[in-house]
Ligand binder design. Sequence first.
Ligand SMILES: Cc1cc2nc3c(=O)[nH]c(=O)nc-3n(C[C@H](O)[C@H](O)[C@H](O)COP(=O)(O)OP(=O)(O)OC[C@H]3O[C@@H](n4cnc5c(N)ncnc54)[C@H](O)[C@@H]3O)c2cc1C
Ligand code: SF4
Length: 513
Amino acid sequence: MTTLRLILGDQLHQDISSLKGCDKENDIIFMCEVWEEATYVQHHKKKIAFLFSAMRHFSRELKEAGFQVRYTQLDDEDNAGSFKGEIERVVKERGIKNIIVTEAGEYRVLQDMQSWGEAFGVDVDIRANDHFLCTHEDFKNWAEDRNELRMEYFYREMRKKYNILLTDEGKPVGGEWNYDSENRKTPKGALDIPDTYHAQTDDITSDVLKLVGAKFKDHFGDLEPFHFAVTRDQALYALDKFVSERLNNFGDYQDAMVQGEPWMYHSHLSFYINCGLLTPMECIEKAQAAYYDKTAPLNAVEGFIRQILGWREYIRGIYWMKMPGYEAENFLDATRKLPSFYWDANTQMNCLKQCVSETKENAYAHHIQRLMVLGNFALIAGLSPEEVNEWFLIVYADAYEWVEMPNVTGMILYADGGVLASKPYASSGAYINKMSDYCKGCKYKVTKKNGPEACPFNYLYWDFIDRNEDKLKGNHRMRMMYSTLKRMGDEKLDAVRADTKRFFNAIDKGDVV
Ligand SMILES: Cc1cc2nc3c(=O)[nH]c(=O)nc-3n(C[C@H](O)[C@H](O)[C@H](O)COP(=O)(O)OP(=O)(O)OC[C@H]3O[C@@H](n4cnc5c(N)ncnc54)[C@H](O)[C@@H]3O)c2cc1C
Ligand code: SF4
């Protein structure tokens, strides 16, 4: 009996659960590029090219390894356009009675999968994705009966579970669980930042670039230059390059932003981990080995491992715990439309101009740009969670709903009312000025609090605090902000409100702000 084994575009690893026990003689491995997935939001052109090229390379590797692979390209004449349509076609053609698939990363696709059995009259075996390090069950058990779901405690459990950076006595290496306080160096003077990994374009990638250039002209972002890794070997090389060249400084400059340096000392591995080319555990183990080999310091290694073993798994746990319904959360009742400069970078606020331009060019921005510039503005300007979620899902090559949504709804917008963050990540221009060199090239003055020359982050911040007093003043971590607001006096508060009104009026009129 022939079994159909479906591989999705974010499951590109030969060790994936849907391939376990595969009968190479009889089973069909099925992969398809479908219009519905490529356009359900208008993904960045680079993101589509990356995934199609990685999928085509992976299907070639499977064939070379002796699997029977059937692959539908986007421009194949009889492409049905959706997963469901494509699977139905193969099931009918080949008289399939069994489908095996690894669970989808996104709620929407998992629901679709759960309907296939009845729709096609076949058995569908949906297997857990064991590339993640915390199962749904384990996250639920951890979260149950806790008042607060803080990442830090989850992360400690994960360190213990996998015996990462622990002494023989089970204590954290170096004595502390977390070295974040050492990871906030401000970027002073010239930094010697190695270039990120650049893969050569081969025939497969060339064909994909032509296809995406022709079919997705209206989508956001620059298609070229294109230099992402698209095979497992290339992704492993990118990982080694990160560990040997950048990990050393990863911790120190984790929160720093420098104009003209989009990649900083970050790893640029999220694209590869999220689509299966790399496993999270191999990234963790290589970083841990660098610490024991004394080629990278503890603050860098612990910081990097925390992002993957802690944040990434925790974010996924929150997504599945809160879905469905998380997509509709809007605790602060934020309704403002996304300003056009999120698409064209046409703004005089230099920090936003740089971060949007780099996003457009690279389909990448590092965490602190996403959090403290793009996200912070969205929060303090009261942008609609629906619009902000859609933007973040479109523009980054590593974006999938399971990881994008908790970062946006929970981390940057506080739209879940504090499930993920203990207080809103709101800040004025002073933080951006401390952690970047953006302000010196800006038309606005970061030191000015009010008036047309003042940095908009400064008055928007206080307007945000004022506007949301009813919802936030009960939060003990916001107590200091509300005491300062009380001491501000009517005159200053009126100036904040007037500046905010002027700023929003200008955006609404279509002026460049
Ligand atoms: C508003 C917002 C939206 C985001 N959207 C995404 C997204 O769509 N996809 C995505 O993978 N990450 C997202 N992140 C998390 C983080 O910004 C990216 O994972 C990171 O910038 C990727 O670059 P890097 O590989 O160089 O990461 P590094 O800084 O080198 O970190 C190492 C790895 O840790 C993991 N990681 C770090 N922080 C997080 C986090 N908060 N959540 C999940 N994983 C994390 C990633 O796998 C990353 O590759 C978002 C963060 C914010 C604030
Ligand atoms: S002055 Fe304000 S708007 Fe300009 S770069 Fe600095 S933080 Fe951004």
